[in-house]
Ligand binder design. Structure first.
Ligand code: XIL
Length: 350
């Protein structure tokens, strides 16, 4: 009996706080980002952190009601999946994959080849070219094979380019040479014949030397029949530095013309400067979100729009920038920011 009361009160508290959180909605409950995105034929995603998914009751509720795609914010990175040379740990990533499955969401797996969040055994080891090739090939075969049929897409290579368009000097470039990029795509395809394979980068969303370099890179990969499905435009932007909508549209168009999909893959908007009051900042951020969603909707090649976190409470940006921030669609109390309504409006009316 006691147990039953306990669960009843927990249920009551959770639903009461949910209705409180959403009390400012002027929308019927059935109108969500998820329902509208599904009508428009695009995916709407959020990067997911595992601790709040497990412990913060609002988090899974909001995630599954507003989004139909989940990206792994950290748990599919090399250091998490492969912490020792012969040890793979899939538990946390499995939590995400299981959650997505039970809520009818797709998983965007992130990431196979990056220069950050690598385990020490890898960064501090001394390996010959052949050894590094074997390490990367085995890693990709193992994890892509493990999630075969369970995830919709993999970010295969992340952030391989510098701002000036040259190749970034990473452990992979140094140890293997520029071919590591196409090798990685081919190994991923060997391990799963159907999963979508993406090149993902930041600062290449509109026009400039870096977005030209991404374009040239993926064009070359296509010409060499390297199995690539599309490009992720990360869209980590700020109030003072967001690309003009027309440039993003033109960039999506030229990538689409190569026969590639485009994802807006990690959007957030840094808000710590560029406007006076908090309200003005949030409104400016909302306008940027609206522009980028409408750029995505302008071309069928753009299939997915993902934000890098569910709520400001768990955004990586305050820690990363050392500045206060309201970069996401929901604030620290899980209440919608103006950006949420801006996306609803674009999905509904534009
Ligand atoms: C970030 C995560 O959000 C942080 O929690 C982590 O400490 C560092 O990485 N580009 C990417 C993502 O491709 O993997 C990064 O995620 C953000 C920038």
């Amino acid at each position: 009996m006691k147990r039953r009361w306990f669960f009843a009160s927990v249920l009551f508290i959770v639903s009461a706080s949910l209705s409180l959180a959403f009390s400012s909605y002027s929308l019927p409950n059935s109108v969500t980002l998820r329902s509208l995105a599904e009508k428009r034929g695009i995916e709407i995603g959020a990067a997911v952190a595992i601790p709040p998914l497990k412990t913060d009751p609002m988090y899974p509720q909001l995630l599954a009601s507003q989004f139909n795609s989940a990206s792994a914010e950290n748990v599919m990175k090399f250091e998490y999946l492969h912490p020792q040379p012969n040890t793979y740990t899939f538990n946390e990533a499995d939590t995400l994959v299981d959650f997505a499955k039970s809520h009818n969401m797709t998983v965007h797996a992130h990431v196979l080849v990056w220069h950050i969040q690598l385990p020490k055994w890898l960064t501090e080891g001394k390996f010959s070219r052949d050894q590094l090739i074997t390490i990367l090939r085995d890693h990709i075969h193992k994890v892509v094979g493990y999630y075969k049929g369970k995830v919709q897409a993999w970010d295969v290579v992340n952030e391989a380019l510098n701002d000036d368009g040259t190749l970034r000097n990473t452990i992979w470039l140094q140890g293997i040479g520029p071919d590591y990029i196409e090798m990685a795509f081919r190994w991923a395809r060997e391990a799963d014949p159907n999963v979508e394979l993406y090149y993902n980068d930041f600062g290449a969303d509109g026009f400039g030397p870096k977005s030209d370099a991404v374009y040239n890179l993926v064009k070359k990969l296509k010409a060499k029949q390297v199995p690539i499905t599309g490009v992720g435009l990360q869209m980590h932007v700020g109030l003072g530095w967001a690309p003009p909508k027309r440039d993003v549209i033109a960039n999506i168009n030229r990538l689409g013309d190569l026969g590639l999909n485009v994802h807006i893959s990690e959007m957030d908007v840094q808000t710590y400067d560029g406007a006076r009051t908090e309200e003005e900042k949030l409104q400016k951020a909302a306008n940027i979100y609206a522009d980028m969603m409408s750029a995505c909707l302008s071309n069928k090649a753009c299939k997915s729009f993902t934000v890098w976190g569910l709520t400001d409470k768990f955004s990586w940006l305050p820690g990363f920038t050392g500045k206060p921030n309201s970069p996401l669609l929901f604030n620290t109390n899980y209440r919608p920011n103006p950006a949420y309504y801006a996306l609803i409006d674009v999905l509904q009316n534009k």
